[in-house]
Design a binder for this molecule. Structure first.
Ligand code: TXA
Ligand code: MG
Length: 349
């Protein structure tokens, strides 16, 4: 049997049985592919950490089939303040939004890294939902890549970097749900008595959330503004410090990556690849060995969708350097720039 399977009813039945038996599988979501295990089975969840070589201090996201199954992961009933915050955003489910709430006792310490909160979302990918509906338990799933490598947005990318041991030896099956629509991970927001806080920018924009909560974007990303004054880090890196593990997450290709404006001031090595957000002029393109153009029009949703796959392709193209565009950190652009800063940071620090 080949590892990658089509999302037929039969395959989904087998996938649900594998999860119930404590096995790992890779599943499509609308953001990135996830490495899935039964979130109520600490031994199964421990296998996720082993497969990814993920630090035990970095908690996982729990996926549920629908809001009415929130009690599979979250301690219910919610206190009124938290319930009101949840009510503001709940219609964004199913979708690329993760909320952090007090955890149910059924969710083990392995999932939450010992925290008393749990990160939970209802994914919108139809294959993920069909699988969740077949399961009597919630599914814990981080991105299906080795820790700190680029997240997979296609079934064939559910592995590690080429030439290195991947995660495939730990998984029974990859369900092929096609290319992920968003291409960057979900937005994470902590719902708290003192007010909601953005922990990771993602598929749902900070502007959308701020409007829902009737706060300003800077209030929602409060930690960013506070730490901006004292830190040199990027805005979104500072926000991410609140999500355990995020600070150290890199999404990094093995090939060094620099932003285009920085590359302009560097002596470039021999073989340089370029990731462009819209088509380059012929003269500009001629300076690079390979060019990946993510959108014909510079549309940032197309850029997000193609970003990780382009990083992987160029990482395997034998280049000395990858040069990448930048965009305004607005809308989905905030998630794009967060991931690019992380991918570039490994090599510049
Ligand atoms: O789009 C996504 O969210 C994908 C797909 C597969 O659903 N999943 C994903 O998982 O990106 P992962 O493991 O790569 O990111 C999980 C992040 C952690 O790095 C951590 O920062 C945050 O979620 N997190 C999890 N539990 C948390 C908690 N209790 N409090 C704060 N942050 C938490
Ligand atoms: Mg990840």
């Amino acid at each position: 049997m080949t590892l990658i399977q089509p999302p037929s009813d039969d395959v989904l039945d087998r996938a649900a049985a594998l999860l119930a038996a404590g096995k790992l599988i890779a599943i499509p979501t609308e953001t990135v592919y996830g490495l899935a295990a039964n979130a109520w089975d600490p031994d199964a969840v421990a296998k996720i950490f082993a497969a990814k070589q993920r630090p035990a201090t970095n908690p996982l996201i729990v996926h549920i089939a629908a809001i009415d199954r929130l009690d599979q992961a979250v301690r219910m009933p919610l206190e009124p303040t938290l319930q009101r915050q949840l009510d503001c955003v709940v219609d964004l489910w199913p979708g690329p939004l993760t909320v952090v709430l007090p955890r149910s006792n059924r969710i083990s310490d392995t999932v939450t890294a010992g925290r008393d909160t749990v990160a939970v979302r209802v994914p919108s990918h139809p294959v993920a939902l069909r699988l969740l509906e077949r399961c009597s338990f919630p599914i814990a799933a981080p991105s299906a890549n080795r820790s700190n490598y680029v997240s997979p947005t296609m079934a064939k990318h559910c592995d590690g970097p080429i030439g290195q041991p991947g995660i495939h030896q730990f998984i029974e099956m990859v369900i092929d749900g096609g290319d992920c629509d968003f291409g960057v991970e979900s937005t994470i927001v902590a719902l708290r008595p003192e007010g909601p806080k953005l922990l990771r920018p993602g598929g749902v924009s900070a502007e959308t959330l701020a409007e829902r909560f009737a706060v300003s974007v800077s209030e929602l990303t409060g930690a960013i503004a506070e730490s901006e004054a004292t830190s040199k880090g990027s805005e979104t890196e500072n926000a991410a410090m609140l999500a355990p593990g995020m600070m150290k997450e890199h999404y990094s290709p093995t090939t060094p990556l620099v932003l285009y404006d920085l590359a302009q001031r560097m002596a470039l090595p021999a073989r340089v690849g370029r990731i462009a957000f819209k088509p380059l002029s012929d003269a500009d393109a001629a300076r690079f060995s390979v060019v990946e153009t993510l959108s014909d029009s510079g549309d940032l949703h197309e850029v997000a969708k193609g970003l990780f796959a382009a990083l992987r392709r160029l990482d395997h193209a034998g280049l000395d350097l990858i040069v990448i565009d930048r965009c305004e950190p607005v809308g989905i652009g905030m998630a794009i720039m967060d991931r690019i800063h992380r991918a570039a940071a490994t090599h510049s620090s």
